[in-house]
Design a protein around this ligand. Structure first.
Ligand code: C5P
Length: 224
């Protein structure tokens, strides 16, 4: 049973809002654990793809979510956290747009979300947890002491993502990314279960035009 006395800081928001970078920096500053819940959905999307499943087959995808073994490994040299899916290092694969779209599709299935419920809560360990996702403050950790909803304009988010993918040498166009981000926003906000929306008690931070440092400082200010 996760310990309810362990503090949790939730950072929810749409893709490309900078949640990943901000959550990592805030967790490091506080010396807390980090839950990248999007990576769990991406890992299930990846595993479903490996098994050749039809992503609209709710029963098969749910079984996949229940049985897929997902773990995170932090390399000693401080480089990017490795995501291990069924024993295979899928760190690079799960970050592709294909896996992002698969994650978004399977995340709309209620029984898939239920299958990941306990796994997400098990990350709550001393001295504290920073939880990054879409429904961290609304569904998974409704009792979190600090809740942030991080957003930015779709154009700004597409530009950031474009830069990231370019650096990785992946060929994409800005217009295609913007379309993809807008489509995913609509899907994530419109789904019946755990739609993307700020918790009533969340502080909304619009990071359009803000530096990473300024956003991190604003979040830490809320936590203290
Ligand atoms: O945050 P990230 O882009 O890695 O998440 C991938 C997809 O997983 C999102 O588009 C969303 O559909 C889904 N997701 C979710 N709930 C979460 C985290 C991610 O539905 N807590």
């Amino acid at each position: 049973m996760p310990d309810k006395t362990v503090p949790v800081l939730t950072i929810d928001g749409p893709s490309g809002s900078g949640k990943g970078t901000i959550s990592r920096a805030v967790a490091d500053a506080l010396g807390w654990h980090l839950l990248d819940s999007g990576a769990l959905y991406r890992a299930v999307g990846f595993a479903a793809g490996m098994e050749g499943l039809d992503l609209s087959d709710a029963e098969a995808v749910t079984r996949c979510a229940q049985t897929t073994k997902i773990s995170f490994r932090d390399p000693k040299d401080g480089s990017e956290t490795r995501v291990i899916v069924n024993g295979m290092d899928a760190t690079g694969e799960i970050r592709t747009e294909t896996c992002g779209a698969a994650a978004s599709a399977i995340a709309a299935i209620p029984s898939v979300r239920a299958a990941l419920f306990d796994k997400q809560r098990s990350f709550r360990k001393t001295p504290g947890l920073v939880a990054d996702g879409r429904d961290m403050g609304t569904v998974i950790f409704p009792d979190a002491g600090t809740k942030v909803f991080l957003t930015a304009s779709a154009e700004e988010r597409a530009k950031r993502r474009y830069k990231q993918l370019k650096e990785k040498g992946l060929g994409v166009t800005l217009a295609a990314l913007l379309r993809e981000i807008q489509a995913r926003d609509v899907r994530d906000a419109g789904r019946a279960v755990a739609p993307l929306k700020p918790a009533d008690d969340a502080t909304v931070i619009d990071s359009t035009g803000m530096s990473i440092e300024a956003v991190v400082a604003a979040v830490l200010q809320l936590a203290r």
